[in-house]
Design a protein. Structure first.
Length: 376
């Protein structure tokens, strides 16, 4: 009788309180196929890291790429907002946004609060996951209570829609025990010597299988992916478009998760995650290059114009920190007085660098090139 390398979930309708503890057996991840794809993912991520690290003002990337990551991760959960709605909400940070835009901005807030939390603590713990969930959902809840009969059901409208495809472990004690095992696996690199990208992929499955919260587990798990890469120094700041690949291959993502729990198919899951890292590292790398090129080109264009701008470098830098700019942004940054700021923005509209939009009685100035790059 062949040795069982990974015990599967025997009954999808029964809570899987016996999720195998980490680490998984080396035979499940140390294969030629997985290691070859891991090499591609590592090379692409290293190139992205090298490119982003030499940019003097990483705020250019932080406010733009991380905002898109927040939008895309939320879209995986069928929370949709348009670019205009999202950029408006972000530029109006001191006022209360509503609906889907508000949900997306919560995700972005969690992206940054989690990043700073790990900078401070240096390690993952249960509190890290709980805080991320609480920021995303704007709740004070923690681990889901014992009485919840949580199940994962088949989506869509096909013949299997609504059927139970997975039941996560039940009971606070059991969930906390599994989370303790997960954070120990993440923090103990001496005992668990696995490449960081592979470790992230394994841990992401484990978190989603534990499913510790009433809601928001998918977004919390995707936050973790980026936070783990930055915590291990593979990125300086959380700017990877990782959710883009998951959204574009949503069915494969969920099939990969089910493949592990139902058939112990770790190979397909790990290959999916390696492809996701490789593809989105390349995508983010090219977007950074486009953003930097557009910024430099517009700065040169503004400098050589007939009508001169005071502090053109600071002006253009701020215009690339987010797609929608308001007069008050230039004033609050200490660049110009209100009248000068308004005059300069209107002048940039005449030069076709910016486009003026009136939304709900307020004026916004759209950076046309940045908007195009981020929307592609």
């Amino acid at each position: 009788m062949p040795e069982i390398l990974y015990p599967i979930n025997p009954d999808r309708s029964v809570p899987w309180n016996d999720i195998p503890s980490l680490p998984i057996r080396k035979e499940l991840h140390h294969t030629i196929e997985v290691l070859e794809k891991l090499g591609d993912a590592k090379a692409a991520l290293a190139r992205l890291h090298g490119r982003s690290a030499i940019i003097p003002n990483q705020g250019l990337l932080i406010n733009t790429i991380s905002l898109q990551e927040a939008k895309i991760s939320s879209a995986i959960e069928n929370i949709f907002t348009t670019d205009d709605e999202l950029y408006k909400a972000f530029s109006d940070q001191n006022t209360e946004s509503t609906g889907a835009s508000k949900e997306v901005l919560r995700y972005r807030e969690a992206l940054w609060s989690g990043h700073h939390y790990l900078k401070k603590t240096g390690q993952f713990n249960q509190e890290y996951f709980i805080q991320g969930f609480q920021v995303i959902k704007q709740t004070r809840e923690g681990i889901r209570p014992d009485f919840l009969n949580t199940t994962i059901r088949q989506g869509g409208s096909g013949p299997n829609a609504g059927q139970v495809i997975y039941t996560p472990p039940r009971g606070i004690a059991a969930i906390k025990d599994k989370l303790d095992n997960l954070v120990n696996f993440l923090n103990n690199d001496e005992k668990y010597r696995i490449d960081d990208i592979l470790k992230m992929a394994i841990a992401h499955f484990q978190f989603e299988a534990i499913h510790p919260f009433r809601d928001g587990n998918g977004r919390t798990g995707r936050l973790f992916n980026i936070h783990y890469l930055t915590n291990k120094g593979l990125l300086d700041v959380p700017i990877l478009f990782l959710s883009r690949y998951i959204l574009d291959h949503k069915e494969d993502y969920y099939a990969g998760l089910m493949g592990v729990s139902q058939r112990a198919n770790w190979t397909d899951w790990l290959l999916f995650m390696m492809r996701a890292v490789e593809h989105t590292s390349n995508l983010t790398f090219h977007k950074i290059n486009e953003i930097m090129s557009a910024r430099d080109s517009i700065l040169e264009f503004v400098k050589r114009g007939d009508r001169k701008f005071r502090s053109p470098e600071g002006l253009v830098e701020l215009l690339f920190s987010q797609p929608f700019t308001k007069v008050k942004h230039l004033v609050e940054a200490g660049l110009y007085a209100e009248n000068t700021a308004r005059d300069y923005l209107n002048r940039l509209c005449e030069m076709e660098v910016m486009e003026k939009k009136e939304i709900e009685g307020h004026h916004y100035y759209l950076n046309i090139e940045l908007y195009r790059i981020l929307s592609a």
